[in-house]
Design a protein around this ligand. Sequence first.
Ligand SMILES: Cc1cc2nc3c(=O)[nH]c(=O)nc-3n(C[C@H](O)[C@H](O)[C@H](O)COP(=O)(O)OP(=O)(O)OC[C@H]3O[C@@H](n4cnc5c(N)ncnc54)[C@H](O)[C@@H]3O)c2cc1C
Length: 401
Amino acid sequence: MFDLSARAQEIRERLIVFMREVVAPGEHEYHAAVAEPGQRWLIPPVMEEMKRKARAAGLWNLFLPDSRHGAGLTNLDYARMAEIMGRSLIASEVFNCSAPDTGNMEVLHMYGNEFQKRQWLDPLLAGEIRSGFAMTEPDVASSDATNIRCRILREGDQYRISGKKWWTTGAMDPRCKFFIVMGETNPEAKPYARQSMVIVPRDTPGVRIVRPLHVFGFDDAPCGHAELAFDDVHVPLGNLIYGEGKGFEIAQGRLGPGRVHHCMRLIGLAERALEAMVARAKSRIVFGHPIARHGMAQEAIALSRCEIEQARLLTLSTAAALDKLGTRGARDRVAMIKVVVPRMACQVIDRAIQIHGGAGLCEDSFLGQAYAGARSLRIADGPDEVHIMTLSKMECERAVV
Ligand SMILES: Cc1cc2nc3c(=O)[nH]c(=O)nc-3n(C[C@H](O)[C@H](O)[C@H](O)COP(=O)(O)OP(=O)(O)OC[C@H]3O[C@@H](n4cnc5c(N)ncnc54)[C@H](O)[C@@H]3O)c2cc1C
């Protein structure tokens, strides 16, 4: 079921070898460099070296279905690649397949004009710059995007942007050169026609990083997340994407494939956590036996395997539905995986932490950061409850009573 095309199979095999031979050793060097005093917000040279090698090997922009810019893989084919990349916390960047750039590339590819494509999409595709997506705001409940209050006001041949944003992923990265900012262009319009998206170069006067934000103490350096202020920032009218009032439409187009990518990466991470759980359970002796011989640990291992398999099947079927039906047609499945997969990953990683004892909680293990990432995804890209609400509405509409 969900077989890979022959071409995807060949790419997948090369990806696995690249992960083993280049990313695994590079990851140690990367984390060691970021941990050096004064190096926290600098990009370790090993990242750019790995990117160069990945590009030369043709393992580049694998997420983009358009073969002029990317590998031309279907969502189903790419899902299997995302799972492999997800085993490492840094691998997707190596292949130019990491959020938020992937979503921003999709936006510019689908909705950007020729000038925006040359100016911003081309260097993103080449991995020369990075970007951020600024929608969420500290002062309003942003899971309901009709609440977004940042103002984008037309003034002559410019837009003036004023407002606060937070949790803008990638904003601390020195290579981040622009933000796609969502805000209100017309507060009088119908709720779903009030918002627009504009490109704001990071060095525009009035763009200010207020502070980096941490997830359970993890700063995710050197890319990070930030609170931002836009204090009367002026950009040309040509920086508007697609049209005034099109913010919601763009946001919807951006999130279908991106959610499959996030979920497949989490499945890869959960697989790695299960491997670590099993290795520890087999090697550590407690009350006269390896942990793996005790019933409660057996349950943790067996249930983790069941839940990963369930989540993978659902996510692959969602990727197949996206290929067949498009983002709108696959909306219910996309909502399902966004609820099921982060919960599964949290559960599996939590069990792995438990079986490791104190070792699972300390900085020697990847499990703490993995848990923070999985837990974030129960909120980022829309909290569980919003997807549950969508699903419930669709189910009730479908029901014939
Ligand atoms: C690590 C991380 C990275 C992120 N990256 C980005 C980024 O790059 N760009 C960006 O714009 N945003 C980003 N976000 C923000 C994220 O998308 C928002 O936090 C999310 O959409 C929720 O918005 P909010 O925080 O305003 O929560 P609120 O809207 O205040 O919601 C709070 C809670 O209310 C409850 N709730 C909401 N709706 C319902 C409902 N219908 N029924 C019952 N309960 C409900 C849920 O429990 C929800 O968690 C990121 C967040 C994290 C944690």
